[in-house]
Structure formats: C-alpha cells, structure tokens
Design a protein around this ligand. Structure first.
Ligand code: TRP
Ligand code: SF4
Length: 337
C-alpha cells in the first residue's frame, strides 16, 4: 500500500515561478511514489479574502489549470476543491469542540499573519480557526505525509496534537499522525529581492507571456555595487545569478560567473539572456495549458469531476467513523439506517 500524501494551496493569486520550484515540482515527483491528494484550499483563501470572493473563484480555476500544466496528473493523483466537499467543515466543527483557544492564539503563524496582512481585518472567528480546518483537511483523507514549507510546520504540529487529542478522547485510533515532508527547494526571491508574493507584485507568473517576462526580468535588482559596465560584479550578491542557478544549472552558471566577475557583460545583457532562458523553461507549461484549454470539458472538467467524486466518497467513510465515535446519528444517503 502506498502512503498517502495530502497538500493544498490557497488560491489567493496567480501561481508564480516561486510556487513552481518551491512546491509544484516536488508534488509532481511525489505522484510517482505516493497516493496523492491535492486540494485547492478556497475556504482558507476566503478567510483572508472574504471581501472579494469572486477573485478567489477566479484564482481557484486558474490554479487547477496551472497545476495540470505543470504536470500534476489527474490519472495519478486526486484533485479537488475544498468547498466542494462539505465534510471538511463538518470535521473542522468536530475538532473545534475540544481545541483549546490557547492552542490557536499561541500559534506563531497566526501571529505573524496578523502582523503581515495589515489592511485587512483578520481578527475573525474563522481565521483563528485556520489550523483547525487544516487539520480536518489532512485527517479526512487519513494522510500520512504532508509536504509543506517551513512556515507551515507549526500548523502541522497543531494538526498532530488535534488528532492525538481526538484519538485519546474517543478511544479510537481513527486518525494516523501525519508527518511533515520538508524538501530542500531553491528559494526564489522576487524581482525586488523581497519574498516573491502577489501582494508585493514582484513575481513572474507561471503562465506569464514572453514579452511580460522580458519586461519583468529587466526590472530585477542586480549587484548594487556594480554601477558601471566596467565595474566587476559579485554574482553571489545578485538575484539574477540565483535565477541562473535554478533555471540553467551547470555550464551556464560558470559562464555567467565569469562574465560577471570580469565585467565582460553588462547586467542588461545578462538579464536579457535570463529572460530567454525563463521563457524557454516555461514554454512546455504554456503549451500544455493551451492544449488543456483547447478541449477543456474533456481534458479538464470531466476528469476533475471524477476525481472530486472519488474524494467525496473517501470523506463519507471518514465522517461515518467520526460520527460513530461521537455517538451521532449517521443516516446514509443510500438506504438503511
Ligand atoms: N495553509 C496552507 C498554505 O497556506 C494551505 C493548506 C490548507 C494546506 N490546507 C492544507 C497545506 C492541508 C497542507 C495540508 O500553504
Ligand atoms: Fe547579476 Fe548578471 Fe549583472 Fe552579474 S552581470 S551582477 S550576475 S545581472
């Protein structure tokens, strides 16, 4: 039996090359080894974007296309949207019966997000419960392995505590305790050297068109000590150079190091080449996306529906166990009580 993986992303903006090299490439690999469930966490997105829900819907649809373009495969993995499966909320409610407020208020990710996302009122009931819903996402599918970034580790630790508490309280070993899977992935900074993020508008989207990529790469900050063409550069201090390491590893990196350190090429030229490399790198994804959009019903919608129904079925079984454990009625939609 393959171990089960569950992970999710919040559709709060277009997917960018940071998501691609940070998470998606990893997910694509995991599909070969694990029974993977990938979720579009739209309820989680709405916890911060509730004032403009139409945008979340748009980004969720884009996300599905981006995932499939990058190699997430509906034949290998189960894909679904959180809000399409009511059991997520049902299980979150169940957990909320016994999760102490202190666990949530102490959560470092929660405190950090409150600080980061100024401009929005996040002191809501739902947002405090963010990790409770996340625990439900993971538990519903009895996932063993959760690939996440380091920022999500506190959430995963909370999930483990919640599931342990459930198992203890109700005397049943219904939920396995999931392990985090932290994979070393290259960290890509945004065009302005800050963290790549939609809110800073410093990203290159996976589906960005070539001209846009050329323009954006030209705005990248380089070695700030290299002002004139004749100045020797310091590749290690340059974000463009770190892009070379990710998108053109090997010989090309050595070449760039040479021309930079010896002031043989200027930054404009260097960035021009980077842009072309990126365009080439993203080309298969752009083409796959076009192909998917060509026969969307047959290539995306129909297989997605099948996948969603499979996920729903899985959650029905878990919810039945949970309701039994809590002495709640569970009248099957099918027939006998
Ligand atoms: N909180 C995760 C993030 O912001 C998204 C997420 C929601 C998730 N539910 C999940 C990740 C379950 C892993 C497992 O990236
Ligand atoms: Fe960066 Fe290239 Fe300029 Fe060197 S030449 S500082 S690597 S952009």
């Amino acid at each position: 039996m393959k171990k089960r993986v569950l992970s999710g992303m919040r559709p709060t903006g277009p997917l960018h090359i940071g998501h691609l090299v940070g998470a998606l490439k990893n997910w694509v690999r995991l599909q070969e080894e694990y029974d993977c469930y990938f979720m579009i966490a739209d309820w989680h997105a709405l916890m911060s974007e509730y004032e403009d829900p139409k945008l979340t819907r748009k980004y969720a649809m884009e996300m599905m296309l981006d995932w499939l373009s990058c190699g997430i495969d509906l034949k290998k993995s189960t894909l679904f949207t959180q809000s399409e499966i009511p059991a997520h909320l049902e299980l979150a409610m169940t957990f909320s019966l016994f999760v102490p407020l202190g666990w949530l208020e102490r959560n470092p990710t929660y405190k950090e997000q409150l600080r980061e996302m100024k401009g929005r009122n996040l002191t809501t009931y739902a947002f405090l419960g963010y990790p409770v819903l996340q625990a439900a996402d993971i538990a519903l599918y009895k996932a063993n392995v959760v690939p996440v970034g380091a920022d999500q580790l506190p959430h995963l630790e909370l999930t483990r505590e919640i599931l342990r508490r459930f198992n203890n309280l109700y005397g049943k070993k219904i939920f396995p305790e999931p392990e985090a899977l932290l994979t070393e992935t290259p960290k890509l900074l945004g065009l302005d050297n800050r963290k790549m993020s939609k809110s800073y508008n410093n990203y290159i989207a996976i589906c960005e068109n070539p001209d846009e990529i050329r323009k954006k790469v030209q705005t990248m900050i380089t070695d700030t000590k290299r002002i004139k063409l004749k100045d020797k550069g310091h590749p290690k201090a340059c974000n463009v150079f770190s892009y070379y390491k990710v998108f053109a590893p090997g010989e090309k990196v050595k070449e760039v190091k040479q021309w930079c350190k010896n002031a043989q090429k200027g930054c404009t030229e260097c960035k021009k080449e980077m842009a072309e490399i990126l365009i080439e790198y993203l080309k298969p994804f752009r083409e796959k996306r076009k192909w998917l959009e060509g026969e969307k019903q047959e290539r995306v919608v129909a297989p997605y529906m099948e996948s969603l129904f499979k996920a729903r079925k899985e959650t029905d079984a878990t919810i039945k166990e949970v309701k039994d454990a809590l002495s709640l009625f569970h009248i099957s939609a099918e027939k006998n009580i």
